[in-house]
Design a protein around this ligand. Structure first.
Ligand code: SUG
Length: 447
């Protein structure tokens, strides 16, 4: 089957800020309280999409969520007009408002787990929105994510939408950030790799930070996506990596084609993982290539700081692969040295591009966090709703839209400002017209 991988990037929302909401994510913890630049953040994201288009790759976009999320404040007992609710909540419980103001839906690697039709028993593309149960500010995302995905991928002959995996305790699911796939080509049968932190039923974590992904949630997704168990591998994240700040596996590993690029300390049992993946790949006639980066060359600390492994590894038309990395990776001499050597070595990676994504990086979001990979054949692409496939003209329109609506400075103290809420809604209202998504947001339906 001929199919393309389309990377759907999350458009950064107008309330992008540094709330310090993600324990275990070192960048988020270190940058708490800083002044953000939502306009620069959104433009950096659009520049990434534009670069992908210029590389000849397929690119999509997902809209931001509505923040501050007033419907959730209503569920916390606040009543009155939206403006009054925000003001009261800000006076009584500002930390709740900060959580409901996060633009965290930009990191669409956490939006869902997606299985291409080449891997599923019914040949349809399966989507499960991530529950994001581990962090309150993210646990409010799946409902709207599900709505967006259903709106864009609405043809039931092609697409299946599942509910998020049930939550409670440690039953968390973080979506594609803890999921990889190896296949000869995107449209051909693949091996899916689910990377989990621990069983949800394990007592205690035994480490400094909580792992977010549970084994049972990963298994549930493999089951409901109707994957062939012979082509599914469950691999445990290493405790060391989680404690070093790899709160998602995509901070220390990335897959593409037949390649798994990973840090030596990414997995609890690296040899066991390689054996299992190799055996599963043999069943589909794929010889996997393991690009293992040793801790003597790049330490876990440098991997987490530079986000080397949070690069996008992309297949080009000529059969080679390209890395899209954060500029932070080029600022670390050891990491840059590794990339240079990798490009010269005997493997498919031939090119590297470094991008300034500093606004997102300060919250622990690199290039791979900002994208959700969806493999679609021609018919599936043809049936998509909305105007969410990106070309240069759409990048121009989106940039102009950002320039019109977004602030250049935002500090967490300003999140209770009703003017910010109004500005954000005006921006999102116009965006639904640009992306042709209809009345997607609750505020468009109730007013
Ligand atoms: O869930 N940061 C996000 C970063 C997500 C990165 N995604 C992947 N690795 N795929 C998180 O920790 C910080 C928000 C704040 O502190 O204001 C935040 O949510």
């Amino acid at each position: 089957m001929m199919a393309d991988e389309i990377n759907f990037d999350g458009l950064v929302g107008p309330t992008h800020n540094y709330g310090g909401l993600s324990t275990g994510n070192l960048a988020s913890m270190q940058n708490v309280g800083g002044v953000s630049n939502p306009r620069a953040a959104a433009l950096q994201g659009i520049a990434k999409m534009r670069m992908m288009v210029r590389l000849g790759l397929r690119q999509g976009v997902l809209p931001p969520h509505d923040r501050v999320h007033i419907p959730t404040l209503r569920r916390f007992g606040f009543t009155g007009t939206d403006r009054a609710i925000l003001q009261q909540a800000w006076r009584q419980t500002p930390r709740l408002v900060t959580n409901l103001a996060s633009a965290s839906a930009m990191w669409t690697a956490n939006a869902a787990t997606v299985s291409p039709g080449a891997d599923t028993a019914d040949r349809r593309v399966h989507f499960t929105p991530a529950s994001l149960a581990a962090k309150f500010h993210r646990a409010i995302e799946p409902q709207f994510t599900g709505r967006v995905l259903k709106c864009m991928f609405r043809e039931p002959n092609h697409f299946v939408h599942h509910d998020p995996v049930p939550v409670g305790g440690r039953m968390g699911d973080e979506g594609a950030a803890n999921h990889g796939r190896l296949a000869a080509r995107h449209g051909q049968p693949g091996v899916q790799i689910f990377v989990y932190g621990q069983s949800a039923f394990t007592q205690g974590q035994g480490g400094q930070f909580d792992a977010r992904q549970s084994l049972e949630a990963s298994q549930a997704i493999a089951r409901q996506h109707q994957l062939d168990p012979q082509r599914v591998v469950f691999v445990q994240q290493s405790r060391q990596a989680v404690d070093a700040g790899a709160f998602h596996n995509d901070v220390v590993a990335v897959t593409n084609g037949g390649v798994l690029l990973f840090h030596e300390q990414a997995f609890e049992d690296p040899e066991g993982a390689i054996d299992q993946i190799t055996a599963a790949c043999e069943r589909i006639g794929v010889g996997p290539q393991f690009l293992k980066v040793s801790q003597n060359v790049v330490s876990l600390a440098d991997a987490v700081k530079s986000y080397l492994f949070n690069s996008q590894l992309l297949s080009m038309d000529d059969g080679s692969m390209t890395l899209v990395l954060p500029v932070d990776a080029s600022e670390n001499a050891t990491v840059k040295g590794w990339v240079d050597e990798c490009l010269a070595a005997d493997n498919p990676v031939r090119d590297a591009h470094y991008l300034d994504l500093k606004q997102s990086m300060r919250n622990g979001g690199g290039p791979a966090c900002l994208r959700l990979r969806v493999v679609l054949d021609g018919d599936q692409q043809g049936s998509m709703g909305g105007n969410c496939l990106v070309d240069e003209a759409l990048c121009d329109r989106l940039s102009a839209w950002v320039e019109r609506h977004y602030r250049e400075q935002l500090s967490p103290e300003e999140l209770g400002d009703p003017k910010l809420l109004e500005e954000s809604r005006a921006a999102l209202d116009e965006l639904t017209q640009i992306l042709n998504l209809g009345a997607l947001y609750e505020f468009q339906r109730t007013t």
